[in-house]
Design a protein around this ligand. Structure first.
Ligand SMILES: Cc1cc2nc3c(=O)[nH]c(=O)nc-3n(C[C@H](O)[C@H](O)[C@H](O)COP(=O)(O)O)c2cc1C
Ligand code: SF4
Length: 658
């Protein structure tokens, strides 16, 4: 018994009983999902089994392709209708999920439309972020063919043992979504025009599936209740000037879908054009979706599942108790922690490893780089069989130097492998720079991650020595078999005249009282931009200056698209001034002198100049300590400032290799 009992209570979708309120919502996992013949890999099956074991009542894996007639290719992998091996492996997946009392639905896509080049849509529209390319218009016959393919897919899914199917998707601006919106759908046949015509595909799909699979076989719809777009590739932050789907229309659609025979709605918001609503980063508050889902729930009798930053179990519990939603959809939170439901239901919420909304290991790898999906804070996610924890190699003693996130992960992984671990940290607390990273009001999940690590280390019996910067003799005394150096970074201080008059990014975060009302932030990377957002939220007049031609662009491909898109729109909305292609040349008592792109200089008056010019690794100990003659490696920021993903993945790899 815990205060979250309501989240552990069963409910029904059609005649199918789901044992609790938690659902893994669909995520296409990429590369490691399939074997050579196009069936689900052992890795993927194991991944979902772990989530079923971790307590999820319903599992809906990422969308699968059904169309083998119209689209020239599928960005989602093999086709279930034509691939017998897919069907065999799907049966294995279903059995392994059922073994733990969970239900599993198959998400079937009708197509991706203009979200990807070459794929046809309802009308000719510019391809997402590729306006010079146009997605061709489907013929009426092609639409009918696609509907027939999805219905055939549902029959196959039922034969494979799935408990139901979900239509992909009137969300994220995929084909079915484009069909539903007048902005994208300008057809004059029976699939265009009135709302009922635009929903005709959705209607024919559910009717066809029920006819072939029986009325008892549940069919759901993934539905974006509001799209938050004001043009192609352009989001509306506060929902004004909506050209896509308003909430009122989303609610109207919910009612129509129920009347057509849909058995549940799996609701969210946004499209590719407004990715910070579709795949919301940390700047979008937890539970922002609930009031919208509640409007749909008010209008229908079928169950409503809500997804998109639904990780706050208190908000979720309250929403289920109030009858605002029936189920809690967790995508990225299920990547970060497979046991999330069991921990909530048992009231052990402090044990949950939080998703930090960074989009680095999941969204970016899936949509931007095409790498297999995983998770910044859970390096094993969806790679459990490929790079799971190795058994320890005897009774080794491991010393970790540096108690930032990399050091804590290295200590945790070493201890999990059965090694005796000592963690040295020179300051009086653990966390390193994630203390500052978690200080902004919109980044509390990072503070939670820090707390999670500290509790894990305590539970695992790691010996922590604070305020201790070890010398080589300390390491000798510990009789260490291996040393991991996670000594982190210090702020960079390039030779700019007067830079000592500026305060560092760390000081700005740790001592906000030192910041005056006119703030000038030098460096438009992630750190500088987040300080700017925090300061403007506190009513300050903020200017960001960046030497490159864009903000949040440094460091590989820069920030993931939804994160950057949201910062840019927040800056526009909150009137943060951004000067790109502009270099700081001097800091004076009056402010900052900058050199503009045309070579001219200007003094910009400010009360406080914040230097967010990046970080440099602390001096290298590896060479100095080489005489120890034991395996030693440097990880995380000590090898060059990077992201939390880099720090944690480096640390996991290093500690898993000892
Ligand atoms: C890597 C990735 C792949 C996704 N693939 C799908 C998909 O195949 N079908 C779908 O309906 N939604 C997909 N989504 C959207 C998620 O289901 C979910 O709506 C989104 O992650 C926001 O919810 P969350 O905050 O719980 O993660 C995907 C999201 C991510 C991050
Ligand atoms: S990579 Fe980041 S956003 Fe994605 S699941 Fe992991 S913590 Fe969450």
């Amino acid at each position: 018994m815990s205060k979250y009992d309501v989240l552990g209570s069963p409910y029904k979708i059609g005649n199918v009983e789901i044992k609790n309120r938690f659902a893994v919502i669909p995520m296409t996992m990429g590369g490691l999902s399939y074997d050579e013949e196009g069936g689900f890999s052992d890795n993927l099956i194991n991944y979902f089994e772990l989530r079923a074991k971790g307590g999820f009542g319903l599992i809906i894996p990422g969308a699968v392709t059904t169309d083998y007639h119209v689209d020239p290719f599928s960005a989602l992998g093999p086709n279930l209708n034509t691939n017998k091996h897919w069907q065999e492996r799907a049966r294995v997946l279903v059995d392994r999920v059922h073994k733990h009392g969970a239900k599993i639905f198959c998400q079937l896509t009708m197509g991706l439309g203009r979200n990807y080049p070459q794929l046809p849509g309802p009308s000719e529209n510019p391809v997402w972020r590729n306006p010079d390319l146009k997605s061709p218009e489907l013929t009426t016959e092609q639409i009918r063919q696609k509907i027939a393919d999805v219905i055939e897919g549902a029959v196959v899914a039922k034969e494979c043992g799935y408990d139901g199917v979900e239509m992909h998707a009137m969300h994220w601006g995929y084909l079915l979504d484009q069909m539903g919106m007048a902005f994208f759908n300008r057809r004059t046949d029976e699939y265009g025009g009135s709302l009922e015509n635009r929903l005709r595909c959705a209607k024919e799909l559910v009717e066809g599936i029920h006819e072939k699979c029986g009325r008892d076989f549940p069919v759901g719809m993934r539905l974006g209740l509001k799209t938050y777009i004001k043009d192609y590739d352009k989001a509306t932050l506060n929902g004004d000037e909506e050209v896509g789907r308003t909430l009122e229309e989303g609610v109207e659609i919910s009612k129509l879908l129920e009347s057509y025979g849909y058995d549940y709605l799996n609701v969210d918001t946004g499209t590719y054009d407004s990715f910070y609503y579709a795949c919301p980063p940390m700047y979008n508050p937890q539970g922002f979706m609930i009031p919208l889902a509640a409007k749909a729930k008010e209008a229908v009798k079928i169950p409503v599942l809500a997804g998109g930053r639904m990780q706050d179990y208190d908000l979720a519990k309250e929403a289920v108790e109030k009858g605002e939603i029936d189920g809690v959809g967790l995508g990225r939170a299920s990547l970060a922690d497979p046991d999330y439901p069991n921990k909530v239901i048992a009231g052990e919420t402090e044990k949950i490893r939080p998703c930090i909304g960074c989009n680095m290991g999941c969204f970016r790898r899936c949509v931007e780089t095409g790498e297999p999906v995983s998770c910044a804070v859970n390096p094993q996610a969806c790679r459990e069989l490929v790079m799971g924890l190795k058994p320890g190699d005897g009774d080794k003693k491991v010393v970790v130097v540096g108690g930032g996130v990399a050091g804590m992960e290295a200590a945790r992984t070493s201890a999990l492998r059965g090694y005796k671990v000592t963690l040295f940290e020179k300051s009086d607390h653990l966390g390193g720079h994630i203390v500052e990273a978690g200080a902004h009001s919109f980044k509390t999940e990072i503070a939670k991650l820090n707390a999670w690590y500290q509790r894990e280390l305590k539970d695992l019996g790691v010996k922590i020595e604070l305020e201790h910067e070890p010398c080589i003799n300390c390491i000798k005394k510990k009789e260490a078999d291996a040393v991991i150096l996670a000594t982190g970074t210090d702020p960079s201080a390039p030779p700019i005249p007067g830079l000592d008059k500026a305060i560092t990014s760390l000081d700005a975060i740790n001592h906000p009282d030192r910041i005056g009302s006119r703030v000038f932030i030098v460096g438009g990377g992630l750190v500088g931009c987040e300080i700017a957002l925090d300061e403007v939220n506190h009513g300050k007049d903020v200017t960001v200056v960046e030497a490159l031609d864009d903000i949040m662009a440094a460091g590989g491909a820069g920030a993931p698209y939804p994160n950057r898109q949201m910062i840019v729109d927040l800056f526009e909305d909150k009137k943060v001034k951004v000067l790109t292609c502009t270099k700081l040349t001097e800091v004076t008592d009056e402010g900052a002198v900058v050199e503009k792109q045309d070579g001219t200089a200007e003094l910009l008056k400010a009360d406080t100049v914040v230097s967010a010019l990046g970080f440099k690794p602390t001096p290298n100990l590896k060479d100095e300590w080489a005489e120890l003659g034991i395996p030693m490696c440097e990880i995380g920021d000590a090898t060059g400032a990077g992201t939390i993903l880099k720090a944690i993945w480096d640390a996991y790899d290093a500690a898993n290799s000892i």
